[in-house]
Design a protein around this ligand. Structure first.
Ligand code: COA
Length: 152
């Protein structure tokens, strides 16, 4: 299935919120990050979303959701790969995510589980970490480029 992947426009906000909510994911604070939300379009219909919350050189990948009637056809894969590409273009070094149910899915893209204590404070202060996702959610990390050498 060939969906077009594009940045969300202001007029997409309603459809993005609906799809994310239908997928049982939180919409808290989502529209604050509309410029870095990707949508998958099939014709005029939005069938998938994946968003980045940028926090300095780290980012939180959130709202990865595909309409239930088109799941299993590669839309989620192209969205996650496109979000990682966008993160690289935005000079992000580390991409984090929180999940309850999709650990194995995100391992396909090189994400590995991580202790919450190893997440930068700026990200831990985000809405997702403080309010939206209970502390039992698994944190995962995909490093896009190496950490800088510590200065001596
Ligand atoms: C997770 C999700 C985005 C995947 O989208 P998709 O378009 O169906 O994914 P793709 O078609 O690219 O990949 C399908 C493959 O992923 C697997 N997969 C889908 N969801 C999975 C999950 N939660 N855990 C492990 N594997 C999963 C499928 O079994 C399928 O495997 P196969 O390639 O061996 O057949 C979609 O199922 C969804 O919207 N789920 C509800 C929201 C959600 O849980 N999002 C993740 C939040 S952190």
């Amino acid at each position: 299935m060939k969906a077009d992947i594009e940045r969300a426009l202001a007029r997409d906000a309603h459809d993005v919120l609906r799809l994310v909510a239908e997928s049982q994911l939180t919409t808290d604070g989502l529209l604050d990050h509309l410029p870095t939300i990707l949508v998958a379009r099939l014709g005029h219909r939005i069938v998938g979303t994946a968003g980045l919350e940028i926090h300095s050189d780290g980012a939180l990948l959130r709202s990865v959701a595909v309409s239930s009637d088109v799941r299993g056809r590669g839309v989620g894969t192209v969205l996650v790969e496109s979000a990682l590409h966008m993160a690289e273009e935005l000079n992000v070094r580390d991409v984090y995510l929180l999940t309850f149910t999709a650990e194995n899915y995100f391992q396909r893209f090189g994400f590995q589980s991580l202790d919450r204590g190893d997440v930068p404070a700026s990200l831990r202060a985000s809405v997702q970490f403080t309010h939206a996702c209970p502390s039992t959610a698994l944190v995962m990390l995909r490093r896009l480029r190496p950490a800088p050498e510590p200065s001596v």
